[in-house]
Write a protein that binds this ligand. Structure first.
Ligand code: SF4
Length: 267
């Protein structure tokens, strides 16, 4: 088979927030959503793009353009992963494919997953869930864990804040749960948008009627993307700052208590 090249914008070794153990996170470019609060705006476009950077040398600061996104073959990605195999073995970790939305580069991702399976590297896909059902069916047997975002249970609100409705996302999740795939549900807590009681209780109801998720990760909003928008020369559509309210966070954890699965903060 001819190798499909992928567009990768980062490979982060020794990650502890992208699934179990110590992992290598591979970030693929491109996303079908446009979440207002996106913390990785440099990931959204399927094309390489310039981002301003600044580096201090002594007293002087130098500005330069950095290209975000480089083409890699599946073998090149797997060669990076192979370096960390002893760490995966020791820690119970593996490789996590994130983005952007990794499923948007389906052919490339599939080939990397196949190679990982051959090398006995455990894999996770960090996904917004918006990709064709048959593509999720295809990757499911090659994937050890799905980190699956559930942002807004109301489809109209989902479209308003992310640009797409959630019908495909819920359909794919139902399919994966019915196949007993290993799934961690990830809920980004965006003040006044996703962290309302109405939304969180709606997500809880969905998970009560579609059981099987292994745990819930609550991801409180942070504003680390602010400088990225400036460096990309783009307007930041969501300008909230400050730390997430810790009291509210523990109350939200309690909301999910009778699902009888762990509810953690962070990945
Ligand atoms: S799904 Fe993730 S990467 Fe895509 S726009 Fe939303 S927050 Fe950004």
């Amino acid at each position: 088979m001819i190798a499909t090249k992928g567009l990768v914008f980062d490979i982060r070794h020794f990650s502890v927030h992208d699934g179990p153990g110590i992992r290598t996170a591979v970030f693929l470019k491109g996303c079908p959503l446009r979440c207002m609060w996106c913390h990785n705006p440099e990931s959204q476009s399927l094309l390489p793009e310039n981002m301003k950077r600044s580096r201090k040398v002594g007293e002087k600061s130098f500005d330069f353009d950095e290209m975000v996104g480089r083409e890699m073959t599946p073998n090149e990605v797997v060669a990076e992963l192979q370096k960390d195999i002893p760490i995966y073995d020791e820690s119970g970790g593996g490789a996590t494919f994130s983005g952007g939305e990794p499923m948007i580069q389906f052919d490339f991702l599939y080939q990397v997953l196949e190679e990982c399976r051959r090398m006995e590297i455990k894999t996770a896909i960090d996904t917004c869930g918006h990709a064709p059902l048959e593509q999720f069916r295809a990757v499911e047997p090659l994937t050890n864990l799905f980190l699956y975002d559930l942002k807004l249970i109301d489809s109209t609100q989902h479209k308003e804040f992310t640009g797409v409705d959630n019908s495909l996302i819920l359909q794919n999740l139902e399919m994966l749960l019915s196949r007993k795939a290993r799934i961690h549900i990830r809920i980004p807590l965006i003040p006044g948008i996703t962290d309302t009681d109405e939304n969180l209780l709606g997500i809880k109801d969905f998970l009560l009627s579609h059981s099987g998720a292994e745990r819930i990760d609550l991801l409180p909003y942070h504003d680390i993307a602010r400088s990225k928008y400036v460096r990309l020369g783009r307007d930041n559509p969501f300008k909230l700052s400050g730390a997430y309210d810790s009291q509210k966070l523990s109350r939200i954890q309690d909301l999910f208590i009778n699902l009888n699965i762990p509810v953690t903060v962070g990945g």
